[in-house]
Design a protein around this ligand. Structure first.
Ligand code: 2P0
Length: 335
């Protein structure tokens, strides 16, 4: 059985641990999956049971600022608050344990995150991606994009996709050591493509994605069907992106999300991330579509919805969803 430490050793075996920057920092965008990851072929290494496809959220994400410190333990500051002795700090410590080097080295890690935590907005994705990018800068490792993606995956599966901007696909890989499971860029720039964040709840979710996946794998009679479907769906979604076929992409992404949530609902006991507000918003999206507006939704491990539409419909979308936050993934970044 391969461990996270084995992965780190493989990738960093010829790198040194000399600090080249006093105050290394890096930014990583969050990402929204259009073809979802829900289930693992290896829980230790966060190796997914199926490939997934996402869109990165440009300037919505996390900045990590990392320093080495002489103290015998790490120090965490998240959005200006010291964080210690809770599950967030424990998870960050566990991740940094992989990167202590021979000394061993402890860190002060400051995270500036501009999306709500744990409300199904992939905060773990941008956090772990930003940390590995910052460590790469701190030690001037000059890792390749796929190596960064593999190391980000050890923190959180979806972080593998947050190393890059734009449309990204994360291959499930087939190797036991996971060295073939990383994310790559889908080579397309679709400047009209928009994502709208419909955030009506910012509370932390009751069931983490990690627990939810495990529970679904262990108890849903439809889990194997989901994996088979998800493998095929990711390929179809990628091809709709490459063809810039918005209607097909929207339909496929919506069905993918609904199928993932149906699979969770079939777990025992069921996992239910939607609230009445989620259902009301879904209803509204479907009604608007009947009137001719080209809008689709996707939903992650939380009640909030993400809307998919093209920039030509931005004004109508703003009228119908007053609190929406609109992201144009290809506008803020040069790809
Ligand atoms: C996704 N989600 O593809 C799916 C859809 C949530 C619903 O990836 O256990 O936080 O750290 O690998 O990455 C959230 O799962 O789980 C997620 P771990 P992660 O975006």
């Amino acid at each position: 059985m391969f461990t996270k430490n084995d992965t780190v050793k493989c990738i960093l075996h010829n790198k040194n641990w000399k600090i080249t920057e006093k105050n290394a920092q890096a930014y990583a965008p969050s990402n929204i999956a259009l073809a979802k990851y829900w289930g693992k072929r290896n829980a230790e290494l966060n190796l997914p049971a199926n490939p997934s496809v996402s869109i990165s959220l440009a300037d919505k994400g996390a900045t990590a600022i990392i320093n080495t410190i002489p103290d015998p333990q790490d120090k965490f500051i998240i959005n200006q608050k010291n964080v210690f002795g809770n599950k967030h700090s424990a998870r960050l410590t566990q991740y940094l344990d992989l990167f202590r080097g021979p000394k061993p080295q402890f860190y002060q890690l400051e995270l500036q995150v501009n999306i709500p935590f744990a409300a199904g907005l992939a905060s773990s994705a941008c956090i772990f991606a930003s940390i590995i990018l910052a460590l790469n800068n701190l030690y001037a490792w000059q890792l390749k994009t796929h190596e960064l993606s593999i190391l980000a995956r050890l923190g959180s599966g979806s972080a593998a996709r947050s190393i890059q901007h734009g449309f990204v696909e994360w291959d499930k890989g087939i190797r036991d050591d996971g060295l073939d499971s990383f994310a790559t860029l889908i080579p397309i720039r679709w400047s009209e493509f928009c994502v709208g964040l419909c955030i009506f709840e910012t509370k932390e979710k009751a069931v983490s994605s990690r627990e939810g996946m495990q529970h679904t794998e262990a108890t849903s009679p439809f889990y194997a069907d989901w994996v088979e479907y998800a493998n095929q769906s990711a390929g179809e979604i990628k091809s709709a992106i490459l063809q810039q076929d918005f209607l097909r992409l929207g339909e496929l992404a919506e069905t993918n999300a609904a199928t993932m949530h149906s699979t969770m609902l079939s777990a025992n006991p069921p996992i239910r991330y939607h609230t009445q507000q989620t259902l009301d918003h879904i209803q509204q999206v479907k009604k608007l579509r009947q009137t001719g507006l080209k809008v689709f939704y996707t939903q992650d491990a939380g009640p909030n919805l993400k809307l998919l539409f093209l920039s030509s419909d931005m004004e109508s979308i703003k009228q119908h969803f007053s609190n929406i936050e609109i992201i144009q993934p290809f506008h803020a970044v040069s790809l």
